[in-house]
Design a protein around this ligand. Structure first.
Ligand SMILES: [Zn+2]
Length: 233
């Protein structure tokens, strides 16, 4: 049966070959989305081993974050920049899950992150989620939860306000734009928890800052953050 499946895949590949989304090479049977070379070549930050890293510093003087990390860094034009684009805009939620699992394997080895109780993805506004069909941060969170063996919470932290695109705004404007757009429905469920906020990409950190500020209003809550990518420019 397995032989048959493989034969069928080979046959299908003749007509619709599956290609690595970063280098364009044809994928082998066991590969998914990215070829093994591109996965192993990913410019990982290893920030989960260094508390005072550049992502953590984004929050300094703004909001109390225990630990912050990003799986990999990219510059404009990097072949890995497309990864987030595919997860977010091309319907590849399974790629978010696959990348989240790899990220979670790394975080599971870090003393800074294994005290986390709960993983909470940054929510989309319901109308945006309906439009996209899924929340990419939630799929990344599912991957993290699988590898870290942690619980995931969705639906308690919610986005109240639909915000337009935030590109080309400075940090101050962006903060103005995200303040009070998040809320917690049942704060009692988060009391005393160390929450790991997950998102796809961190640039200025304003969105995560706004989520953290909302969560930190709850008694005994600690917040850490983990994003798949760090826009390094
Ligand atoms: Zn590749």
């Amino acid at each position: 049966m397995k032989w048959l499946t493989r034969e069928f895949k080979n046959l299908a590949d003749l007509f619709y070959p599956e290609l690595c989304i970063t280098c364009g090479d044809r994928l082998a049977i066991q590969e998914q989305f990215l070829c093994l070379h591109c996965w192993s070549d990913l410019p990982v930050t290893n920030f989960h081993f260094t508390p005072d890293n550049r992502v953590a510093k984004l929050f300094w003087g703004r909001v109390q974050v225990e630990n912050a990390t990003a799986f990999y860094a990219y510059n404009k034009g990097s072949k890995y920049q497309q990864l987030i684009h595919y997860i977010k805009y091309k319907g590849m939620k399974e790629l978010g899950y696959a990348a989240g699992k790899r990220f979670g394997q790394a975080l599971a080895e870090s003393d800074l992150f294994n005290t986390v109780d709960l993983i909470v993805p940054v929510p989309l506004h319901p109308s945006k989620e309906k439009q996209r069909g899924y929340n990419q941060s939630e799929w990344i969170a599912k991957g993290l939860a699988f590898s870290m063996q942690k619980e995931i919470s969705t639906g308690n932290l919610v986005r109240k306000v639909y915000t337009s695109t935030q590109t080309r705004k400075n940090r101050f404007d962006r903060w103005e734009n995200v303040e009070n757009i998040f809320a917690v429905q049942k704060p009692e469920e988060f009391i005393g928890k160390h929450i790991l906020l997950s998102d796809d990409v961190i640039t200025t950190g304003s969105t995560l800052e706004a989520c953290a500020a909302e969560l930190l209003k709850i008694e005994g809550v600690k917040v850490s953050t983990a994003t798949l990518a760090f826009a390094d420019y």
